[in-house]
Design a protein around this ligand. Structure first.
Ligand code: UD1
Length: 417
């Protein structure tokens, strides 16, 4: 099931229900380690990254089971030890087990975490923040060893609002002795969801959703039930694909408040939107308007995870668009693939491409090289005339529960093979 075949040129029509958020589920599953009790995390997406996280939790001694659309984690018998290396290597967010295991056991040994190849993805911010909280690190034969003889609160300033580093500081901070003040925190909704879960467990965190968090350490945490919010990136992918195909769809449960930058862009591209508590209705234009510049930024700006999909839509825009990537370097790997479909794109420098809209893309065989770029190629296939084939789709299944089923529900002719 590594490839997706698409017979494009069909305007999307209908409604689709949006899955739970991958980037919220993963750190919350890691956080279940902190309680030593049972938590039920509802609305978890059935995607390979979540399966990898549950097998990591099992390897650490948790009892994990799927129940309906959620995961029950009993972390009462967590043991110290190494984390199963294959799962760590494949998944960047295994990094949040660093903060969680330090909080729970005071030590952890893990491989350098993997993740999609989008830039160098260093972990220096995680390390320096945790060092300020009393953690000592050693690197030996590719292994990262961390010990916290006494995990304590600290006043930390992040030079960049890293989502993962913010999550690790929160995970360690709620278990540390004393208070932590974090300035320059990431404000992404997934950080907020993690804080809300921890609050439900009894943690005291102030400033949630702002760039300054106050975390009271050392409180006893209890297991709790929590429902993961809908995935703003999956909803944004389908919304932008609708703009690109000139369709009209309803995104049930789409987290409208977290999607303002995306819905604003969709309107600037000529979409008509009707946003309600139940979800987002969007009607695409005959041809997307070329927006002068689309720039990625930390939340609440336009998300880097939707940059490639927006780029794919503007390949058929009615003029020129500059796409500026300000979060990750090397996040334009989709460009050469889109060119195979007739797109006219020039890379002007490392962080910018100029897209010159063409009237129509044609079907072609392309290769997904990372998760969101892969989803962008599927969207491009839906927009294109004729048949497309996207290989390397295992990347896509890391983040989309069933992208083919969802697009079929919207009338597309698409299958995984
Ligand atoms: C998370 C998301 C990812 C999203 C990204 C930015 C998860 C599982 N993944 O990734 O989908 O694209 O946020 O919204 O939630 N950086 C450093 N040093 C560090 C850490 C990060 O320089 O120690 C840099 C990165 O290279 C990047 C920027 O900070 O340029 C932001 O990265 P970060 O927010 O940490 O991304 P992730 O948490 O890995």
């Amino acid at each position: 099931m590594d490839s997706i075949h698409i017979w494009g040129g069909v305007a999307l029509q209908g409604e689709v229900c949006i899955q739970g958020s991958k980037n919220a589920t993963l750190p919350i599953l890691a956080a279940t380690l902190l309680t030593g009790e049972c938590s039920y995390i509802g609305n978890c997406p059935r995607i390979s990254d979540v399966y990898a996280m549950t097998s990591l939790l099992q390897s650490l001694g948790c009892i994990v089971s799927w129940q309906e659309n959620g995961i029950l984690v009993d972390s009462s018998r967590v043991k110290r030890g190494d984390m199963c290396s294959e799962a760590v290597r494949g998944m960047r967010s295994s990094l949040c087990l660093l903060g969680a295991m330090l909080g729970r056991c005071g030590e952890v040994v893990m491989e350098h975490p993997g993740g999609c190849v989008i830039g160098s993805r260093p972990i220096d911010l995680h390390i320096s923040a945790l060092e300020q909280m009393g953690v000592e690190f050693q690197e030996e034969a590719g292994l990262l060893k961390a010990f916290a003889p006494r995990l304590h609160g600290a006043r930390i300033r992040l030079p960049k609002p890293s989502v993962g580093a913010t999550e690790n500081i929160i995970l360690a901070g709620v278990m540390a002795e004393g208070d932590t003040v974090l300035e320059g925190a990431a404000r992404e909704p997934e950080v907020t969801a993690l804080c809300r879960y921890l609050q439900g467990c009894g943690a005291c965190i102030e400033g949630i959703g702002t760039e300054c968090l106050g975390i009271r350490g050392g409180r006893k945490l209890y297991g709790t039930d929590f429902r993961v919010p809908a995935d703003r990136i999956v909803a944004g992918t389908y919304l932008l694909a609708c703009i690109g195909t000139g369709g009209s769809i309803f995104l049930e449960n789409a987290p409208r408040e977290e999607m303002k930058a995306v819905t604003d862009l969709a309107r600037r591209m000529g979409g008509k939107l009707c946003i309600s508590e139940k979800g987002i209705y969007v009607q695409g234009p005959d041809r997307p308007r070329a927006v002068e510049c689309i720039r990625t930024e930390p939340y609440p700006g336009f998300p880097t995870d939707l940059q490639s999909v927006a780029l794919a839509v503007e390949t058929v825009g009615d003029g020129d668009t500059v796409i500026e990537e300000r979060i990750f370097e090397n996040r334009f790997r989709v460009v050469e693939e889109l060119r195979r479909m007739g797109a006219c794109i020039e890379q002007t420098d490392e962080a910018r491409v100029l897209v010159r809209g063409v009237p129509v893309l044609h079907g072609a065989c392309t290769e997904a090289k990372e998760l969101r770029g892969g989803a962008a190629l599927v969207a491009a296939g839906l927009m294109a005339r004729g048949k497309s084939c996207v290989s390397g789709c295992l990347y896509i299944y890391r983040g989309y529960e069933n992208i083919c089923r969802d697009f079929r529900e919207l009338g597309a002719r698409i299958i995984s093979v």
